[in-house]
Design a protein around this ligand. Structure first.
Ligand SMILES: CSC[C@H]1O[C@H](OP(=O)(O)O)[C@H](O)[C@@H]1O
Ligand SMILES: Nc1ncnc2[nH]cnc12
Length: 289
């Protein structure tokens, strides 16, 4: 048995975590470039943790410029076995109100200007993302939300848009009424797909900041209002991270198979694989290469 190591990716408004023992900001180099920032490592309740601010401290990266591959590679390289995302989202459902947390169950990926895979020419792989979220990690997030008493919803479809502009009214209505999306954000894809390729369990806790632009009583999205809700949510986000750590246990194989996602995924014949790409895949896919 090895211990779990939790990777937490903090989204807008979450640039550090309190209470880590032996806390240290570490620089991690990856074959995919630099991650969004240094990574804060330490232990919470004796559980090793690595915290990465997705947009960098000071909010430097836009949703499009976030180095998603470097971020996932860096967390894997540090020894993380799972990744929890904490993200701001707009809501398409009246009942998912600002201040509520949604434990995401699925995604619709509408992003188009990002690198979406570690694999490619010279080493082709196809993993399943039919169930992009780890059920076991979702259970832990749910238990943690229950324990801290934050209003939460288990399950919700997160639509990932490219941004950085918010949606038009017509888009907002289409996502909500025709596509069945429950919340909208700009960052969880391709992050979730890359976590799957890296055989990391992934779960996303979406923190509702607004009703996007569809709601007749709430007008259009306003970044000032989002900021105020984010600040109000930040304390609950920190408490949730603590509560998640205290629910972690020794590592056993993931019941959903996230940790074995690459088992039969690589298509390229061993003698046709590109050594340069294979070298870059050392952390992400070393187990199967
Ligand atoms: C600050 S509103 C828009 C911004 O916030 C969300 O980022 P994150 O998922 O990192 O919390 C959203 O996806 C947008 O990038
Ligand atoms: N309405 C919205 N659309 C996209 N990303 C968001 N992040 C927070 N609110 C959002």
């Amino acid at each position: 048995m090895v211990n779990r190591m939790i990777g937490v990716i903090g989204g807008s408004g979450i640039y550090d975590v309190d209470g880590l023992h032996d806390a240290e900001w570490q620089s991690v180099e990856t074959p995919w470039g630099a991650p969004s920032d240094q990574i804060l490592t330490g232990t919470l309740d004796d559980v090793p943790m690595a915290f990465l601010p997705r947009h960098g401290r000071g909010h430097v990266h836009s949703p499009t410029s976030v180095p998603y591959r470097a971020n996932i590679d860096a967390l894997k390289r540090l020894g993380c076995t799972e990744v929890i995302s904490m993200s701001a989202v707009g809501s398409f459902r009246e009942r998912m109100a600002p201040g509520h947390f949604v434990i995401v169950s699925d995604f619709i990926d509408r992003t188009y200007a990002r690198e979406k895979s570690f694999f490619g020419a010279g080493c082709v792989a196809h993993v399943s993302v039919a169930h992009p979220v780890c059920q076991r990690l979702g259970d832990i997030a749910q238990q943690a939300a229950e324990a801290i008493g934050v209003p939460y919803h288990r399950g919700g479809v997160y639509l990932a848009m490219e941004g950085p502009q918010f949606s038009s009214l017509a888009e907002s209505k289409m996502y909500r009424e025709s596509w069945g999306a429950d919340v909208i954000g700009m960052t969880n894809m391709p992050e979730a797909k890359l976590a799957r390729e890296a055989e990391l369990c992934y779960a996303s806790v979406a923190m509702v900041t607004d009703y996007d632009s569809w709601h007749p009583d709430h007008g259009t999205v306003d970044i000032a209002q989002i900021g105020a809700t984010l600040r109000a949510n930040a304390d609950n986000a920190r408490r949730l991270i603590l509560a998640i750590a205290s629910r972690e246990s020794a590592l056993s194989p993931c019941p959903c198979g996230c940790d074995r996602a690459l088992e039969h995924a690589i298509m390229t014949a061993p003698d046709k694989r590109d050594p340069t790409l294979l070298a870059k895949l050392d952390a992400v896919a070393g187990r199967v290469l």
